[in-house]
Every structure is written in C-alpha cells, then in structure tokens.
Design a protein around this ligand. Structure first.
Ligand code: ADP
Length: 156
C-alpha cells in the first residue's frame, strides 16, 4: 500500500495545492492531506474549517483523506504508516527549503521518501499568504481557490 502524506498549513487550501494532489493521485494508493497545527501559532482560518474545505474539494475521492497533526511531520508519517511525503515546488527558494527538510526527515526516518512535484506554471505565484491577504481585505480570491470551496463560510 503506497500511502503518502501531503502536509501543510493550508491556511487556506488553494488551486496550487489542489493541483499537486490531483496530479499525485495516480502515483499513490492513498493520500492523506494533513493540516499541520500548532496551538501557539494557530493561523488565520480555524483548523476545522480548513479541513472541511479540503474535504469538500475531494468528497468524491475515497483515496484522499483529510486529517491534522501536531508536532513533527515525520512522527505523524510513522503514526499513520506512510512511506511517502508529498510536497510541491514553486521556486528555487522552495527547493532550498524543502531540500533541507527532506534530507533531515530522511536522516530521522529511513523509511520515508519525499516526492516533489513541480507546480504548474500558472500556479507559481499562488500562495496561501497572498490569498489570505486578498480575503482579509475584502477582495475576490475565488480564482485562486478550488471549485466548490466556499470560503465565505469561514466564521470570519
Ligand atoms: P507549509 O506551511 O508547510 O509551507 P503550505 O500550506 O504553504 O504549507 O504548502 C504545503 C505544500 O504545498 C508545500 O509543499 C508547498 O510548497 C506546496 N504549495 C503551496 N502552494 C503551491 C502552489 N501554488 N503550487 C504548487 N505547490 C504549492
């Protein structure tokens, strides 16, 4: 069973994240989209909303699960018995950051492989930070959000 974890803050989930997951579906038997959560750094949107939105995007795909975790990603991977970590790469800055994390994760847990997918060119500038700023300032971010994700229902 090839099980992958796609970890992130997903604050909020964007079309960039969605694209990475959809393109990874043929590579794995199961993908767990896992929202990393830190009680001291709660983020902008509530954890339960972030999970609910992601579920609404993939509700027709049983091989995609949505969960959350606290603490080290690698410990979560061990806990759910996942052999793969999925990450997206937009820029060379992403690469340098991700390279170090993937190499450290591998050193901590031999049984993990990090799989990187390059972003689709049109998604390169899409970041959760920018999408959040648009929403926070009353703009229309819908073109950067997956279809079927109702961000207005955020409790904000
Ligand atoms: P983190 O806080 O772990 O960086 P994010 O929610 O920002 O979490 O991103 C999760 C993963 O999705 C990361 O691997 C990130 O590089 C990738 N990602 C984010 N935005 C995009 C995008 N527009 N295209 C492709 N991958 C992306």
């Amino acid at each position: 069973m090839k099980r992958a974890v796609f970890p992130g803050s997903f604050d909020p989930f964007t079309i960039g994240h969605e694209s990475i997951v959809r393109r990874a579906v043929p590579l794995f038997d199961e993908i767990i989209i896992a929202v990393g959560y830190n009680v001291n750094k709660k983020g902008y949107f509530p954890l339960e909303k972030r999970k609910q939105w992601i579920r609404s995007v993939f509700n027709d795909q049983p091989q995609i699960q949505v969960d959350h975790f606290e603490g080290l990603t690698i410990n979560y991977c061990k806990q759910v018995d996942a052999g793969y970590l999925l990450r997206g790469l937009r820029t060379s800055a992403d690469f340098e950051y991700e390279r170090a994390i993937a190499q450290v994760n591998k050193a901590m847990h031999e049984g993990i492989e990090t799989v990187f997918l390059l972003t689709m060119p049109e998604h390169t500038p899409v970041t959760s930070t920018i999408v959040r700023d648009i929403i926070r300032n009353g703009g229309d971010a819908s073109k950067f959000l997956p279809k079927g994700m109702d961000i207005h229902d955020s409790g904000k």
